[in-house]
Write a protein that binds this ligand. Sequence first.
Ligand SMILES: *Cc1c(COP(=O)(O)O)cnc(C)c1O
Length: 421
Amino acid sequence: MTTLNSNATPAPAARISDVPSAEGRFGRFGGSYIPETLVAACAQLEEVYQSIQRDERFWDELRSLQTHYTGRPTSLYLAERLTANAKARASHGHGATILLKREDLAHTGAHKINNTLGQALLTKKMGKRRIIAETGAGQHGVASATAAAHFGLECDVYMGAEDVRRQKLNVTRMKMLGANVIEVDSGSRTLKDATNEAMRDWMDSVEHTHYIIGSVVGPHPFPMIVRDFQSIIGQEAKAQCLRHIGKLPEAIVACVGGGSNAAGIFYSFINDEHVRLIGVEAGGTSSEPGKHAAPLTFGEPGILHGSLSYVLQDNDGQTSLVHSCSAGLDYPGVGPEHAYWKDAGRVRYTSVTDDQALDAFLHLARAEGIIPALETAHAVAEGIRLAIEMREDEHVVINCSGRGDKDVEEAARLLNARQSR
Ligand SMILES: *Cc1c(COP(=O)(O)O)cnc(C)c1O
């Protein structure tokens, strides 16, 4: 295992946005804890990524895809009935206006496409012909399969058997797009196990294969690259707020699995200290170990999938089992930049339970005609809770990370089970 500067005290970043360091450190978090076989691949990726920073053709091609293929910019939508409901429950002078950043309207139905198109372009730059990916809810798998189809790349997607069951629609979509879905039967048969298998594949295939990690996790330079490709969300949201409400919002709320949609919308606002940023983890069924997936709320620093961050682990340092009704949040780790933002006090992290998320899922569907992903429903629940406490002249933006078509069957099953309880 390679350990980069694990004992060195990193110099503090001048601004909280000026990370990672050259070693891939976000404060003390991040870094690169990987087997020898992957060191060269990560170094090559970093080199290519540095080289495209001033490559106008790369960014022109990406921007053109974002506009004509993904459908960006996604809208910033004023949720009038959601707002009215929040105001009705608020005390006098309270009840903020709720705006939704509509990543659910991006092609394939979630923010994941922002990252996979960028990384597929990098794959082409590196002259590789195959991509692999891990997926939980299947959205990253679908977005990877989509990018692969667009660029004519081979694509294998690793997915836990439990998630294959929960997210059938996305499995069918991936196959339809020409990708191969590899079912993972080890461990808890969810996202962590799929990630392990994808990393194993990459060790044997780095020469012709790029591993598109689906969130701001993994060894350096992945957390930085994924954040940068997702930061289009916050750049647009900032410009849209200035245009539509003439100011920045007072608060922004996003759900946190690995943390890519949250990092994507937060990053442009990190230095705007009067904008409150709130990350929402999966509270599952209770705060007991194994019953939730909230490493920033209940975890300890540890190493998972190549970087140092908050991880849910038992007393022996073994990664804990996790639970969430939402397959995309069902992960015991979180991106290192979130760990850094948490310890710096810049972002507040909280959690929302399965039951609260289900309520918000139905509420958004019926108040606005928008069926959100179950992941997104966690952010919606916290956003509504916050709006009720905020002043009536204030604004809260909720990142609507994805649409819920993939979840309607699972949500119906959970709602039925709740009724008969
Ligand atoms: C994958 C996914 C998430 C969780 O991943 P992050 O990296 O934390 O954004 C959240 N919402 C949707 C719709 C997803 O597909």
